[in-house]
Design a protein around this ligand. Sequence first.
Ligand code: HEC
Ligand code: HEC
Length: 460
Amino acid sequence: MKNWKTFKERKIVIMIKKIRFLFFSGLIISAFNVYAFDLDLPQAVIDEDYYENDSQDSKKIELGQFLFFDKILSGNQNISCGTCHHPLMDTGDGLSLPIGEGGQGLGITRNTGTGNDAITERVPRNSPNLFNLGAKEFSKMFYDGRAEVDDESPSGFRSPAGDDLPLILDNVLAVQAMFPVTSGAEMAGQKGENIQADLAADGDLVGVWEFIAEKLRNIPEYVNLFQEVFNVSQSEISYAHAANAIAAFEAATWRSDFSPFDQFLRGDRSAISRKAKRGMRLFYNKANCGGCHSGKFQTDHDFHAIAMPQIGPGKGDGIDGNEDFGRERVTGDKDDRCKFRTPSLRNVYLTGPWGHDGAFNTIEAIVRHHLDPVLSLNDYDTSQAVLPSRSDLNEIDFIAFNNNGMRDQIASVNELGSTELSDSEVSDLLDFLRTLTGTNSLDLRKDVPQRVPSGLPVFD
Ligand code: HEC
Ligand code: HEC
């Protein structure tokens, strides 16, 4: 009897132990879930992910900084790269669509200009941020990827310049810097206004680059800097050298991998809040944001159609020319219609307005767009667009959007399904996105030089 009791008692004890074990391991597993160890998270960013990470040439970067903010690169000497990618606007311009050469002022105070200088059109795409473009995986530039790494080309890159592209460009970021100066609306000016504008209007890219190089050769401080950095004589200075210096500046200055999320990935599990962790879980799991916003920089560098409302003058596509067919413009493939490159979400809280045409002016609106893209497209509130007003420009801003046929087309190629999230889940997701803000990207005032070698004003 006694023995049997003991046996039964023993069984009960074992059972209690078993239950306790299951209970605690369940707790541990659910804790793991909250901490997301089971999620397919990206690896932490490391130095080797970037160009020239161990041999940063400070003179080259300084030269690049001067050039980036020097209006001498523009045809009418009235706009620099910095005007549209300003540190005070987190390397963008704060507008849905930029006001190019001829406008006055900076950020949301920028106007459309006066008299003969006034702009003739809006620039058709949003000015993107320039964070982390020195990371090697950013092999495609622009929303449609029209400048990209291509090992089959003699220069190593495919771009709108074709075989005219110089052969000495360091990387695709330098390739990109060859183009803003050749755009009439952005930097060159209108035909008849100056030589750079005339060359640009004739499509003579080589002529534009040579013309700018000549301007730089005539400024002694630049000649010294180019000689020092590239070991070239005055007559050998080319715009491609300038582009290489600009790229070195952009890459070194706007590296951004010091966010709470980076700290978390590097092992500090307390770097982000519990709420942000729930958001991270949604991002990489239920809401499948990580399906496209994948990898270390939250982008697959691929092109997708997500039913973004089309605003602004467009790129000459569609019935009235106010559409923008995105990637199809590069590949000529109808399957690429209205596909745009997945943007990196690094510093996304700082970089509004959002989308290739800046259609959305709050981060919540662009995130909610993803939850039901076609409904959001049809419900789009045009009053949120940040577009400095001028009646003739305003008249064309929403032609594409108000055309039902075009809207149906954008909806019909949409590839992003809908996702149901509660309000508190959206709030968690937004908290996660906030953890992608680099602590070293919050205050960029020091990135603006006090002066530039041409002596032209740095202010806009
Ligand atoms: C008038 C405003 C404006 C000026 C001036 C300007 N940009 Fe931009 N920048 C833009 C816009 C708009 C785009 C996107 C265009 C597109 O995707 O078709 C862009 C794209 C870029 C990109 C590509 C970013 C990416 O993620 O693909 C880089 C890099 C860049 N600009 C650097 C520069 C440099 C360097 C200069 C000066 C040589 C410059 N920009 C001058 C408006 C401007
Ligand atoms: C099918 C691929 C895909 C998925 C899935 C996806 N996105 Fe996007 N996302 C894009 C593309 C493409 C754009 C740019 C579209 C454009 O500019 O027209 C974008 C833009 C954004 C932007 C604006 C960024 C900027 O700088 O303008 C945010 C924020 C964003 N996505 C967040 C999310 C979130 C949050 C999720 C999950 C709910 C998500 N995305 C899921 C493809 C995707």
